[in-house]
Design a protein around this ligand. Structure first.
Ligand code: GSH
Length: 199
């Protein structure tokens, strides 16, 4: 039995999960769903979404569920903070990133008129303002890198690599966070997607 990750290299949710696998040093195989237009994924799970994990024959869908399961079965190098209060806040921030920042990414990517672009930039300004304060004087939101940082990084990284929008220079803490993540994940450049199997 083995672990397989059905994924696509450009998906931000897949990148989130790849970082969790790498931090925890869990060996896994990659199945690139673009190679067969998701045929093997649909055969295995009856649905199209990535990331999906084949966990020794059992299908596990959704980056949040996959990360939580890996944490339970591979608790070393935890990606959640200590203590229930911090953990609850971390889960809320993971969800905010996955469910809210994703829409700002889609809005920016799909903006075809100056008005739509302006609205997307306004959405991002709201989020950058929140993030700028979250990362004030901190490398990570909690006492170590957690799933909240990883989820936020994945969305901001997608904004940079795929949407081709650069974080404005006045958000110094957000830019410092991205540079810190780049170094921690050993990326040569922020233009690269995270591909390492372990850190
Ligand atoms: N909440 C899910 C979101 C997953 C998701 O939206 N995946 C996209 C790629 S980024 C996908 O596979 N879309 C294809 C589809 O829905 O058919 C997660 O965290 O894994």
């Amino acid at each position: 039995m083995a672990i397989r990750l059905f994924q696509s290299q450009t998906s931000m949710f897949c990148e989130k999960v790849r970082v969790v696998f790498a931090l925890k040093k869990v060996p896994y195989e990659i199945v690139d769903v673009r190679k067969d237009e998701r045929k093997s994924l649909i055969e295995f799970t009856g649905q199209r979404k990535v990331p999906t994990m084949d966990y020794n024959g059992k299908s596990v869908i959704d980056s949040t569920v996959i990360s939580a399961l890996l944490e339970k079965d591979y608790p070393a190098n935890s990606v959640y903070p200590d203590g229930a209060a911090a953990n609850g806040l971390c889960l809320a921030l993971e969800d905010w990133s996955d469910e809210v920042l994703i829409h700002a990414n889609h809005a920016m990517r799909r903006a075809e008129t100056p008005d739509a672009r302006k609205k997307a930039e306004e959405q991002w300004a709201t989020h950058f303002n929140a993030l700028e304060q979250m990362y004030s004087g901190k490398k990570f939101i909690f006492d170590r890198m957690t799933i909240a940082d990883i989820a936020i990084f994945s969305q901001l990284h997608y904004l940079y690599t795929t949407v081709k929008y650069e974080i404005p220079a006045n958000y110094k803490n957000v830019l410092a966070f991205m540079e810190n993540m780049r170094q921690t994940l050993k990326l040569n450049s922020l233009a690269d997607s995270f591909a390492a199997q372990s850190l």
